[in-house]
Design a protein around this ligand. Structure first.
Ligand SMILES: C[S@@+](CC[C@H](N)C(=O)[O-])C[C@H]1O[C@@H](n2cnc3c(N)ncnc32)[C@H](O)[C@@H]1O
Length: 238
């Protein structure tokens, strides 16, 4: 048996604390060391804000800094440094958890962190607890079935090249645009030009107090589109 502690990757859902799974709640309640991601050195962790009521008061909270950049060298350095910090705790035989927004296996820093830890220490014992993904929560908030029967669903990150987006759209019945906040206006322009969508749902801050859901985002809203926003388009009106 390994003398290392177990590493838990915990998805805390997209915003509403009530969407945290029972499994996640149990793990958070018994962990004595919890790592939270932040994108600025002294920044707040959204995952922590969602999960804090379920975390034991005895737990030590450690913030890990993940820079928001596409520079692979900077990212790789951050993943390595953060993975080593977690491993140093596990090496003492203590269990630790990393909490992350939505589902840990969907566009999450957790995926990179886990792979880095596994390459530094291949025997690391890790358990991933899935979370409700942002697009599942958004579809539920809008009472919008994502796909039915033979329909095809495609998840498209906002920085996908325009040509590839066009190809993907022609193959999909429903498309979910995620991480699109820097590109929303261009996306809406492209979608408007194609004009084949019966449904469009745009959501800002799903599950938070200032949640906005609309099928017709105003220019003012688009002007202040924030990182936590999601766009769903459907060819059918069902
Ligand atoms: C790095 S990805 C994380 C995705 C997450 N792991 C998941 O399962 O949904 C961040 C993107 O997810 C979407 N997102 C996450 N939470 C959201 C929320 N509460 N409301 C709207 N969009 C959200 C946004 O598009 C945001 O830019």
């Amino acid at each position: 048996m390994s003398e290392y502690g177990t590493f838990y990757g915990v998805g805390v859902g997209p915003g509403d604390p009530e969407l945290i799974t029972l499994k996640a709640k149990k793990v958070l309640g018994r962990m004595r060391c919890i790592f939270t991601p932040a994108t600025t050195k002294h920044g707040k962790s959204r995952a922590y804000e969602i999960a804090k009521e379920f975390i034991s008061p005895k737990a030590v909270i450690k913030t890990l800094f993940f820079p928001m950049t596409i520079d692979t060298k900077i990212c790789t350095r951050a993943w390595g440094k953060n993975a080593e910090q977690i491993l140093s705790i596990l090496m003492k035989g203590v269990d630790a958890a990393f909490i992350t927004l939505g589902d840990p296996m969907t566009y999450s820093t957790y995926g990179y962190l886990l792979k880095t830890m596994q390459s530094l220490y291949p025997h690391v014992n890790s358990i991933t607890i899935p979370g409700v993904s942002s697009y599942a929560a958004v579809a539920a908030s809008a009472n919008l079935p994502l796909v039915q029967g033979k329909e095809v669903l495609t998840l498209i990150p906002g920085n996908t090249p325009r040509r590839k987006i066009q190809q993907l759209l022609s193959l999909s019945d429903t498309a979910v645009f995620i991480k699109h906040s820097r590109n929303t206006k261009n996306l809406l322009h492209l979608l408007g030009k194609r004009g084949r969508y019966r449904k469009l749902v745009y959501v800002n801050h799903c599950g938070f107090e200032d949640q906005v859901i609309t099928s017709n985002p105003s220019p003012e809203l688009l002007e202040k589109t924030e990182y936590l926003s999601l766009l769903i388009v459907k060819k059918s009106s069902r």
